[in-house]
Design a protein around this ligand. Structure first.
Ligand code: 4NP
Length: 159
């Protein structure tokens, strides 16, 4: 079988948005029967939460939609990720600027805003870390919609 398509989601801490994106997209891919063909991971540009589980609020919000992200552990982005992954999808423009700095030095896969795959007017997944519960619901809504678009894009590649 061909190599899987590799998708990396990136945020700042890897405890709120990108593990949510990993969990939601994993679920969409599994429902589509493509789990063997798409490899999914997430990481953060920052180092503060390396080895930690996702934020409890992110875990609870995902679980309310039937998605268990409790087993994920945070890791930091590494320049080699740009050589390994076919899609490097960031949550906001600060993440994009940070990863683009590395991409200019390293080459490899050009990072892109994840929400480019969505149809909403939003371009960034807002950081929910310092806000309330509703921020985590918004994150899930935006990620779910962009995830559908991303899956359609990858299906085109696999076809
Ligand atoms: P994330 O959210 O980037 O979506 O994981 C954050 C998590 C932690 C921090 C900031 C954002 N922090 O400053 O520790």
């Amino acid at each position: 079988m061909a190599e899987p398509v590799k998708v990396l989601f990136v945020c700042l801490g890897n405890i709120c948005r990108s593990p949510t994106a990993e969990g939601v997209f994993r679920s969409l891919v599994a429902q589509a029967g493509l789990a063997d063909q798409i490899y999914i991971d997430s990481c953060g540009t920052g180092h503060w939460h390396i080895g930690k589980s996702p934020d409890t609020r992110a875990q609870e919000a995902a679980l309310r939609r039937g998605i268990d992200i409790s087993g994920l552990r945070a890791r930091q982005f590494s320049p080699e990720d740009l050589d390994t992954f076919d899609y490097v999808l960031v949550m906001d423009r600060q993440n994009l600027a940070d990863i683009k700095d590395v991409w200019h030095q390293n080459g490899g896969t050009r990072p892109a805003l994840f929400l480019e795959y969505g149809r909403s007017a939003h371009h960034e997944v807002p950081d929910p870390y310092y806000g309330g519960e509703e921020g985590f619901e918004t994150v899930l809504d935006l990620i779910n919609e962009a995830g559908e678009g991303l899956l359609a894009d990858i299906r085109g590649r696999l076809a």
